[in-house]
Design a protein around this ligand. Structure first.
Ligand SMILES: Nc1ncnc2c1ncn2[C@@H]1O[C@H](COP(=O)(O)OP(=O)(O)OP(=O)(O)O)[C@@H](O)[C@H]1O
Ligand SMILES: [Mg+2]
Length: 249
C-alpha cells in the first residue's frame, strides 16, 4: 500500500467563470483520518466531489494508492474503493435498514426471469455488517424514515464500509446531529481508522477535528494552504490559519 492513499496534484475546477479549485496539491495518508477545514466557499465540497465522481477536475492529477486515475463517475470512484457519506442523501427513508444496505446490490435466488429477492440471506448479511461496525441495536426491518440522525448515519457508514471501501469520505457528518449522536459517529470514524480504512473528514467543528484527525489540511479560496499534524497544532492556530490572521503567516 502506498504511504498516501490519495494525492492531488495541482487540481483545478472551474464552473464557468468561477474558479472553485485553483490548483490544489494535497496528500491523504493511508489508514489515517485527514480533516479538511476551511471557510464557506473555500472549495472543500468541490474537492470531495472530484474524488466521488460527481465533478471531473478541469485540470490536474489524481492518484489513488500511488497510481494515476481518472474518476469520471460515482461508479469509477466506488470501483477504486472510495465511498462518500453525505448527511442527508446517504439513505432512503422509505426503505428498511436491510434494503438500504443492499441497495442496488440486492441478492436474488433463481434464474432470470424467475427471480426472487433472497431476503433471508440479506437479513443475515445485514446483521453481520452492523456487527462489524459495532452496532447491534438497530432493528433490521425498521424503515429509515423513523430513525434519528445518528442511526441514519450509522446505516450509511455501515453500507460504505461493508462493500470493501478503502477510503470513506465524510462531508460534515455531524452538522445536523445532537451531542450524543455526534459522539456515536465519532466512535464509528475512529473504529474505521482502527480497521485500516483511510478517512477524509470535512468539518467546521474544531473539537471534532482536533479529537479525530491525524492530519489537518487548511483550505482557503480554492487552495490547500497548508497542513498540520494534530499533535503539532492547536485550535487557536487553526482558526488563525483559516481566517488568514497575521499571527499564522
Ligand atoms: N456546481 C457549481 N456551480 C457553480 N459554482 C459552484 C458549484 N459548486 C460550487 N461552486 C462555487 O465554488 C466555490 C466553492 O464551493 P464549495 O461548495 O466547494 O465550498 P465549501 O468549502 O464546501 O463551502 P461550505 O463550507 O459552505 O460547504 C464557491 O464559490 C461556490 O459558489
Ligand atoms: Mg461544503
Amino acid at each position: 500500500m502506498a504511504e498516501n492513499m490519495i494525492e492531488l496534484r495541482n487540481v483545478e475546477k472551474h464552473f464557468g467563470g468561477v474558479q472553485a479549485l485553483r490548483g490544489v496539491t494535497m496528500n491523504v495518508p493511508a489508514g489515517k483520518v485527514t480533516a479538511i477545514i476551511g471557510d464557506n466557499g473555500a472549495g472543500k465540497s468541490t474537492l470531495i466531489k472530484c474524488l466521488s465522481g460527481i465533478h471531473e477536475p478541469t485540470s490536474g492529477e489524481l492518484l489513488v494508492d500511488g497510481a494515476p486515475v481518472k474518476i469520471a463517475s460515482p461508479r469509477d470512484s466506488r470501483a477504486l474503493g472510495i465511498e462518500t457519506v453525505y448527511q442527508d442523501l446517504a439513505v432512503i427513508d422509505t426503505l428498511t435498514v436491510v434494503e438500504n444496505l443492499y441497495l442496488s446490490r440486492e441478492l436474488r435466488i433463481g434464474v432470470w426471469p424467475f427471480q426472487l429477492l433472497n431476503r433471508k440471506k440479506m437479513k443475515r448479511g445485514s446483521a453481520e455488517m452492523l456487527k462489524r461496525i459495532g452496532n447491534t441495536t438497530l432493528s433490521l426491518t425498521q424503515e429509515i424514515g423513523g430513525m434519528s440522525g445518528g442511526q441514519r448515519q450509522a446505516v450509511a457508514i455501515c453500507r460504505a464500509v461493508a462493500w470493501g471501501a478503502k477510503v470513506v469520505i465524510f462531508d460534515e457528518p455531524t452538522a445536523a446531529l445532537g451531542v450524543k449522536e455526534s459522539a456515536e459517529v465519532h466512535t464509528l470514524i475512529a473504529s474505521l481508522r482502527d480497521q485500516g480504512i483511510t478517512v477524509i473528514l470535512i468539518s467546521h467543528n474544531f473539537e471534532e477535528v482536533m479529537g479525530l484527525a491525524d492530519l489537518i489540511w487548511v483550505m482557503r479560496q480554492g487552495r490547500a494552504l497548508t497542513s498540520r499534524t494534530a499533535s503539532e497544532t492547536s485550535g487557536q492556530e487553526l482558526v488563525a490559519l483559516l481566517t488568514g490572521a497575521e499571527a499564522a503567516q
